[in-house]
Design a protein around this ligand. Structure first.
Ligand code: 6SY
Length: 269
């Protein structure tokens, strides 16, 4: 059975934020329900049929401790959404692990993301094969499609849609203000992982880079899909609170596992 595991559900700073003593950051330090490492997920087939290649989406600076949290010794294949530090900061450690294990890691990303990564970490090519997703790829039995999405003040990110056996889901951690064409691959999904940094972000719109929960719910009402998990959450989100989110939305928690392709989830609409 394919499953997705949330390795981290935090925004660029993680929770607690290093400089912050707000209630959420304090709870994260003292108890830990709100402790959030930088966002990434693990996709695991595990059914031994040869189509179950394990891979991660994104490899932020918490990669090493996320591997330890899950009791994982190695993941050979990564999909990268964009070349921002909170999504690629773990690549040098991952490449070092490839080196010490004597394996060539496989890093899949859109062509322009690969170029930026190679500029930032020019030595990675010794231990990593860079593979472009632009024309579509097959990975772990999934047909994978990447496309560019608006990341507001931070430029552009990419989202991934994965299809297998009539089941489709997407990972879109860093997006805001999606245009009609950017929303197109999100229609009719069985499941979506969507970034929502704040519950209601008050900062001026031009300075923002990720949907808040209010805007995300408007988007989801339009898309009419199965189930949505919110990730990439800042210290504005307190997982102990009930935000009265629409039916079919779950705030993702670290370690949460979601079956992929086994359940046809109920439609929201
Ligand atoms: O060109 C850039 C721009 C930004 N960044 C990082 O990505 C983060 C995105 O969220 P943020 O805006 O809160 O913080 C940003 C930085 O940590 C980066 O690595 N390269």
């Amino acid at each position: 059975m394919n499953q997705l595991t949330f390795l981290g559900t935090g925004d660029a700073m993680g929770v607690p934020r290093v400089y912050c003593d707000c209630d959420v950051c304090t709870e994260a330090r003292l108890m830990g329900e709100n402790k959030r490492k930088r966002s990434s997920v693990l996709i695991d087939g595990g059914d031994g049929d040869g189509t179950s290649e394990q891979f991660m989406i994104d490899c932020g600076p918490d990669w090493r401790s996320q591997m330890e949290d899950q009791g994982l010794r190695m993941v050979h294949t990564l999909l990268i959404t964009h070349a921002h530090f909170d999504h690629i900061g773990g690549l040098p450690e991952w490449a070092d692990a490839c080196r010490w294990l004597g394996v060539k890691g496989r890093l899949y990303a859109p062509r322009e993301v690969i170029a930026t990564i190679q500029g930032q970490f020019p030595w990675l090519g010794r231990h990593v094969d860079f593979l472009e997703t632009d024309g579509g790829i097959e990975l772990g039995g999934w047909k994978v499609h990447s496309w560019k999405v608006c990341h507001g003040h931070n430029g552009y990110s990419y989202a991934y849609r994965l299809d297998q056996g009539g089941y489709s889901w997407a990972y879109c951690s860093d997006a805001i203000d999606l245009k009609t064409s950017e929303k197109e691959p999100l229609h009719g999904l069985d499941m979506l992982v969507l970034g929502t940094s704040f519950v209601h972000e008050l900062a001026e719109f031009s300075t923002r880079s990720v949907y808040d929960m209010r805007e995300a719910q408007e988007l989801l009402r339009e898309l009419k899909l199965g189930h949505t998990y919110f990730t990439h959450m800042s210290h504005d989100v307190d997982v102990r609170q009930n935000y009265n989110l629409d039916q079919g939305i779950t705030i993702a928690l670290t370690g949460m596992k979601v079956p992929l392709g086994t359940l046809k989830l109920e439609m929201n609409a």
